[in-house]
Design a protein around this ligand. Sequence first.
Ligand SMILES: [Zn+2]
Length: 413
Amino acid sequence: MLFKGVAFRLASDLPPEAASLLQDFRLAVNKAVRASLDARVSSRNGITKLLYRTFREEHPGMYAKHIGSSFEVAAGILKNHRRRVRHGAHCGAPFVKRLMMKAENQAYRLDRTEGTIDLPVRAGCHVKLGLVVSQYHRRYLNDETLSLGSLTVLPDRVIVAFRKEVPKPIAASSVLSLDTNERSLDGIFVEGGKRGNGRCVQVEAVFPDVAKIQQRHHERRRRLQRKKAHDRRSTRVLCRREGAREHRRVDYRLHHVASAVIEFAEGHESAIVLEDLRGVRPNKSKALNQRLSLWPRRKLHQIIEYKAAWKGIPVIKVDPRYSSRRCPICGRIPDSRMGTRTEFVCECGWHLNRHINASMNLLQTAISKGLKVAGGLRFSPGAFQHDVMMILYEPAMAARSEPNGTSHIGVTP
Ligand SMILES: [Zn+2]
């Protein structure tokens, strides 16, 4: 099952009954977290067994299903907490700070045509929440194949989880093989079929500003740490704010790039080949830069994989070992001193842009692993040396500039 969270702004202020429900819910979650930490239980079932009866007595007015979902939220928080502790973080008991509540799919009703939500607060008391519905939202509301998952209510917006059966993967008739770099995705696009090698083009998706944004925010954090060295609390608050802003700005750009890739793959019925970045560890000597660059690359892959799964586009992940150093023609691994910074050169006479070369190796690995394309894929690397460059995404192609906080939340054109 696939999930997609869609945020809706509320058409009017939250009614007072709902506002107090959010407060009760937050209280319940925090209580459940503390009690479970004391009793050393962490699963939702464990928490339910431990606490349901007492909670029922303490909150006689609360809708029973909401109590259950407060346990689920608590279990999620505990899971994150345990992971942080495992990674050696020193942190106290976690708690929810912001007002929120989560309702399970049977515990609310969404009128898809009206765009209203009916949320039970307690027996006999329901509130109606009007949603701001845009064209983007209509796509999800009108799609009958999507069922509803949980609902998250926040003071100014709600997030509806739409569910979808995993679609059957499309039969790919071409391949898009992409090598992920700090500032771009470069690769090749090969069409299958009868006519010789099919069409080969180099593709490029550039996002130069992601690295710049990260560098800038990193510098700002360093400056804050120096300036506020005497006050660790405000350093932490300010740095966290910087971090959140950086995340949003980078995320926004990555989504655009991923959408461009998916749109292309969908239009050309392509399978996508990516490198598997899971095993990649940053090199110690260049630790900082590599750490900075690895996160957005992994994130970008996540977004591409997710969007692809939603549309049934096959994604093949391959081991990137030697992909940037091997010659796709003769299989040699030439001395790293050969060639230039941008050009891969081999003793056998082969030379090509390093990134394109790497994507070619990724495609070869994918083919050797059994990647099949409708109509057959005749792939001869030689055809690429003189091929045209195709631009998949450039920042200027995203017509809208960065959101400024006044536009709709969660709406991506
Ligand atoms: Zn060679």
